[in-house]
Design a protein around this ligand. Structure first.
Ligand code: GAP
Length: 437
């Protein structure tokens, strides 16, 4: 069973490289562990996923504002947030084979699972934040951190956003951005990496309403994955027990996905209470409390956080969409992305490279290109061209053939059903818009 799982993951990783979704970082130098680059199709897919999150969390709503805060922040932010003292994992080394483990991943705390010797060190706390220096002098006073979560950029801007947008509680601030963690055991392709992107939203509420809004955001986020096209049976909830709760959380629920390597966290919904704003108020002396005519007293808002990883969502989308369909012959791999996030929305082909068909196909391609990410391909047999688009997850292929010259129609081939239907060239943009929204 494990072998089958590994094979499927290996085939997906190899497809990602072959088709230009994901490459190892600095590959020609031998690669950099746990860092990955998104290629032409991968960067488009990621933009579409991020765009769909942004649309759902900001554009469709009146109560959430966007933010794009700097990665480097005042180092005191991370003392105040608790990350300097508490953002640690217990690390264990094997003195014989030099392997490293997270202590909480080890079944037997005394025996090395790699070499089998009883030469494991005692666990020591290892801080996951990356440090660097600001300015020319590399001393302790110049230390700054690469942010390990985007959330703090939102908290320190709570007053700025509230005052400039004139939002009233309850309201949220959403942000997409890079985060960095010096993970002890990164792995499973892009599942756990050291540089990754988060899509986080912090919702500021009255403390008495925390349970109501927690429930609400759990439901909203669950529905978002369904809208993204993820299969419902592959998703489940996991509630954090007291041992798992992060230092800031009163309650936390994860949405998990069943990856080939097991059920794993995809996104967390957290009740962070007034922990963060209170701490920032205490550290800076800047009043973070809220008052308006609807409330009898001033209060520090509670925060319900929704925190998702872009890369992890992208891996989920890839795993969920990956299918091997023997009815398609040798080239049987299909990525069944939801059309709205597919990197290429449609491909345009001339059936043959003569009789004026390439010219008609090129014109269709250039017209559609103004509105959609489309692809032109006139190389090889039509079967091979369909197969290449199946592997790229392109939901529709438009083929110009002999009949096109007679009645200005083309065939539309549907990726999933492989059915072909004829449509007027003049209707293609409207059809594509409708099918990819
Ligand atoms: N602000 C809260 C926070 O950062 P988290 O549970 O540590 O919470 C939230 O992270 C999400 O960020 C995770 O559910 C996951 O999707 C993503 N994430 C965290 N660490 C990651 C890593 N090393 N590689 C890829 N994604 C990661």
């Amino acid at each position: 069973m494990a072998k089958k799982t590994d094979d499927k993951m290996n085939r997906l990783v190899s497809l990602c490289k072959r088709r230009g979704f994901i490459f190892q970082s600095s590959e020609i130098y031998g690669g950099l562990n746990a860092c990955w680059d998104y290629g032409p199709l991968g960067s488009e897919l990621k933009r579409n996923i991020n765009g769909f999150w942004w649309e759902a969390m900001t554009n469709r709503r009146d109560d959430i504002e966007g933010l794009d805060a700097a990665i480097l922040m005042h180092p005191d932010v991370w003392k105040t947030s608790g990350h300097v003292d508490e953002f640690t994992d217990p690390l264990v080394d094997c003195k014989t084979c030099k392997s490293r483990f997270r202590a909480d991943d080890l079944e037997n705390q005394s025996k090395c699972p790699v070499c089998g010797n009883n030469t494991l060190t005692d666990p020591r706390q290892f801080n996951l934040m990356f440090k660097t220096f600001m300015g020319p002098v590399e001393d302790a006073g110049a230390v700054v951190y690469l942010r390990p979560e985007t959330a703090q950029g939102i908290y320190v801007n709570f007053l700025n956003v509230k005052n400039s947008s004139r939002q009233k509680i309850p309201f949220g601030i959403a942000q997409i951005g890079k985060a960095f963690r010096n993970e002890i055991t990164p792995g499973n392709f892009i599942f756990r990496t050291r540089e990754f992107e988060q899509m986080e939203m912090q919702y500021f509420i009255h403390p008495s309403e925390d349970e109501k809004w927690f429930e609400y955001w759990c439901q909203e986020r669950w529905n978002w994955y369904l809208e993204l096209g993820i299969r419902k049976e592959k998703l489940r909830w996991h509630e954090h027990g007291p041992d798992e709760l992060a230092h800031y959380a009163k309650k936390a629920l994860d949405i998990e996905y069943e990856f080939p390597f097991g059920w794993k966290e995809l996104e967390g919904v957290h009740n962070r209470t007034d922990f963060d704003l209170s701490r920032h108020q205490q550290a800076t002396g800047k009043d973070q409390s809220y008052i308006d005519e609807r409330f009898a007293e001033k209060f520090i808002p509670y925060i319900i956080e929704t925190s998702a990883g872009c890369d992890r969502t992208l891996l989920t989308v890839l795993v969920d969409a990956y299918d091997e369909d023997p009815s398609r012959g040798d080239k049987s791999t299909v990525l069944r992305f939801a059309p709205k996030i597919a990197p290429i929305k449609a491909a345009v082909f001339p059936l043959v490279n003569k009789d004026g068909l390439p010219e008609i196909a090129e014109k269709i391609y250039h017209d559609l290109k103004k509105e959609f990410k489309v692809f032109f391909d006139d190389g090889g047999s039509i079967g091979r061209r369909y197969a290449r688009m199946d592997e790229a997850g392109t939901p529709f292929c438009f083929t110009v053939d002999g009949q096109t010259k007679e009645d200005e129609t083309v065939t539309i081939r549907d990726r999933d059903s492989m059915e072909q239907t004829r449509h007027k060239i003049a209707e293609l943009a409207a059809i594509l818009l409708d099918k990819t929204k």
